[in-house]
Design a protein around this ligand. Structure first.
Ligand SMILES: [Zn+2]
Length: 314
C-alpha cells in the first residue's frame, strides 16, 4: 500500500515495532491476540512445483514474451526512478501487484490472471506472508514471479529507523516470503511508497537484488471504484505506450477492475512481458531463523491478566 490507514501493529515482536506499523493485521478470528490468529508453525510442507496451467482461452491476453533478469549489482526497473534499463518494446507491459497475500482479493487476482493466461510479479509484505502462506503458495503454484516488499511495509526513508533497522526490514521480508513458500523467492524488491533511500539502494546492489519502481502507477489504493483504476491505467499506458504497471492485489477494487482492465489491454494490442529471475535471492540464515523464532512465540500473551497475576496480599 502507498499510504497507511487504520494501523494497528500486532505482528510478531521486532526491533521495529514502535516505528513501523504499516502492514495490516489479519481479520480477527475470535482471538484477541493477532499473533495467535495467524502464523501457523512450522512452515508448510515442501513447495509445489511452479507450473503454469495450459491456456484454454483462445481470446486470452496471454504472455507476449518472457525475459530473464540477472540481478547482479542490483539493477533498477521502472522509469519513475530508474532510467537506465529501457528493455520494454512498444506496447509491452509488466503487471505488478503489491502488499499481499490477502484473503479474497489475492485469489481473485489470481483467478483473473489464470483466465487471461497471463502473469505478473507479486511483491508481498513479509508479515502478510506469515499470516497467509497458503495464499502466497497459490501465487507460486500459478507460475507468477514473487519478490518482496519489506517485512512490515515500513517507509525506509523514515528517519526514526537506523541503517540496521532498514536492512532488517529488507532481509526479514525476504526470509518471511521464503518461509511461506518453502523456497527462496526472486531477488526482486520494491520499496514501500516507492521511496528509495540511497544507502539502501546501494545495499540492495551489494546484495544483488533488483529494485522495481514502476512506469505507470494505477493509484488503485486511492480509487473508490474499479472503473477509476481501469481508466487511470489505460490513460497512462496509452500515453506512455508501454510500461511496468503498479497495482495492489491487497486492494478490493483492483481485484474487481482486473478482468476488464486485462480485456482492454488485449483490445489495445498490448502484450504482457513475464519477468523471471535468473537465480533466487540468497537469504541470510540469521533472518530465516528469526522468522521461525518469531512464529514460535508462545501465545500466553492472550491470557487475561487475572490468570497471570494474582494479588495474594496487600
Ligand atoms: Zn506497498
Amino acid at each position: 500500500m502507498r499510504i497507511g490507514a487504520g494501523v494497528i501493529f500486532a505482528g510478531a515482536v521486532s526491533l521495529l515495532a514502535s516505528s513501523v506499523a504499516w502492514s495490516q493485521v489479519p481479520p480477527a478470528k475470535g482471538v484477541t491476540a493477532p499473533q495467535a490468529a495467524a502464523a501457523p508453525v512450522p512452515a508448510p510442507p515442501p513447495a509445489p512445483v511452479s507450473v503454469r496451467p495450459p491456456c484454454n482461452n483462445p481470446n486470452a491476453l496471454g504472455i507476449g514474451r518472457t525475459v530473464e533478469i540477472d540481478t547482479t549489482g542490483g539493477p533498477g526497473f521502472g522509469f519513475e526512478h530508474f532510467k537506465e534499463l529501457d528493455f520494454l518494446r512498444d506496447k509491452e507491459v509488466v503487471l505488478t501487484f503489491d502488499d499481499g497475500p490477502w484473503p479474497v482479493n489475492t485469489p481473485a487476482v489470481l483467478k483473473t490472471l489464470a483466465e487471461e493466461c497471463t502473469t505478473g510479479i507479486f511483491f508481498p509484505i513479509g508479515k502478510h506472508a506469515t499470516y497467509y502462506p497458503e495464499i502466497l503458495r497459490q501465487v507460486m503454484a500459478a507460475g507468477h514471479s514473487i519478490g518482496s516488499h519489506t517485512w512490515s511495509h515500513a517507509a525506509l526513508v523514515n528517519k526514526k529507523l537506523n541503517e540496521q533497522q532498514r536492512k532488517d526490514e529488507i532481509e526479514k521480508g525476504f526470509s518471511a516470503v521464503k518461509w511461506a513458500l518453502g523456497k527462496a523467492p526472486a531477488p526482486f524488491f520494491r520499496f514501500p511508497a516507492l521511496q528509495h533511500p540511497p544507502e539502501m539502494v546501494t545495499y540492495l546492489g551489494d546484495r544483488n537484488i533488483g529494485i522495481f519502481s514502476c512506469d505507470l502507477d494505477s493509484f488503485d489504493f486511492k480509487a473508490s471504484k474499479a472503473q477509476t483504476i481501469i481508466d487511470t491505467v489505460m490513460r497512462k499506458v496509452e500515453k506512455n505506450g508501454k510500461g511496468i504497471i503498479l497495482m495492489h492485489d491487497f486492494q478490493k477494487h483492483t481485484a474487481e477492475a482486473l478482468p476488464e482492465l486485462l480485456k482492454k489491454l488485449k483490445a489495445g494490442g498490448y502484450k504482457v512481458v513475464a519477468m523471471r529471475a535468473k537465480t533466487p535471492v540468497q537469504t541470510i540464515a540469521q533472518y530465516d531463523e528469526d522468522i521461525v523464532k518469531d512464529l514460535k512465540l508462545p501465545t500466553v500473551s492472550s491470557r487475561p491478566v487475572s490468570s497471570v497475576v494474582q494479588t495474594i496480599s496487600e
